[in-house]
Design a binder for this molecule. Sequence first.
Ligand code: BJ8
Length: 429
Amino acid sequence: MAEKYIEMWKNLGMDIEKHNELLNILGQYYTAVYLSQKNRPKGMGYFDFVVSEIHGLRIKELNDSRKEGKKVIGAFCIYAPEELAYAADATMVGLCGGTDFSVPDAEAVLPRNLCPLIKSFYGFRLNKTCPYFQSSDLVVGETTCDGKKKVYELLNELIPTYVLEVPHKPHTQQGKEFWYKELEAFKAKLEEVTGNKITAEKLKESIELINNKRKALKRLSDLRANNPAPISGLDALLIYQISFNDDVKRFTDKVNELCDELDERVRKGIGVKAKDAPRLMISGCPMAIPNWKVHSIAQAAGASVIVEESCVGTRYFTNLVEPKSDNLNDLLWAMVEKYSQIPCACFTPNDARIKSVTDLAKQFKAEGVIYYTLQNCHDYNVEGVKVDRALKSLGLPMLKIETDYAMGDSEQIKTRIEAFLEIIQEKRK
Ligand code: BJ8
């Protein structure tokens, strides 16, 4: 890929040498983790192609559209209201970092004991190896956890950063009214940046566009409840990750095509793991691309990963925006209702998440839950106490894994997951 896009990357101000280093590492990692899997659905071919062109063709598409006046908005959270961005005729892309490649650059500025997701994205902006960052006209942060909130102040020194204030009790009436005002303010910001007016008609269209994407992802997720699961956890995770960067309409069509193939697999009883493979749910912090660490270890240990209670997972697509009418006010209120149902651990109290974990465990017939928390993520780490209690009441074992993006603890995680799978096997007896 490198040669034909070098001019484009130079024009984006990227560090070409360092970026080549990154591409080499990612290419090898992807081949080892993904392309070595057996019995993958044919439909994964499209997503492999997207990954192979993730810094190439997709960036070219974004920059071609920028030449025609379309803006690119970068985001870090599923609370960033993408429907508004598309209604302003902009494109929204995910900027969360999922690799330790950029962490040392961030650590030259930031404290080391900070969440790796935050260090990773900030490092990417510093070292100029993320073409999505380099292509963004505006980035939108949000006041979820303290680490992100403070890093956005520093990020604003490097790229225009707009911060949405997210209510920490979003399900209350007061929280909803506050969020409505934030949506209005963000709408005005987008209109200013893009020069386009967000009309009711445009917003209705973009709500439908994004709802269709969420529906396709939910369809994919629901298919994994079958035994055997027709697609691996790794492949499903990859699709959820790509959902933040690919063209929305094309992506939705491709996910639905893949689901047609998976329907057929389910009818024929074709799976990627044996029917008696232990069924694991993963719950916790989001796994930004290319964070495939825990899934690949669990899969190699013999587990079938069947659902992710995560923002790169069910939290993103469980609810839709469902307006009561076509007027702008109702459309915005429908967005308020949808977004206030995302159970992020930053919120309090967050009983909806505990319920969601237990509901999903039942729906997917999970036999065990890996509670995944990134180092220094206090919100998910502490909330693990309540999740553990709720799972215990269902008689389900939970394994808590607190890790970062480095591979140094892989062996230790492997040993712990293998022991966990043995506990599940014992329970079956
Ligand atoms: S809605 S989960 S995407 S904030 S950055 S909280 S891992 S210490 S990402 Fe998130 Fe939105 Fe919530 Fe979802 Fe912890 Fe790290 Fe903070 Fe993180």
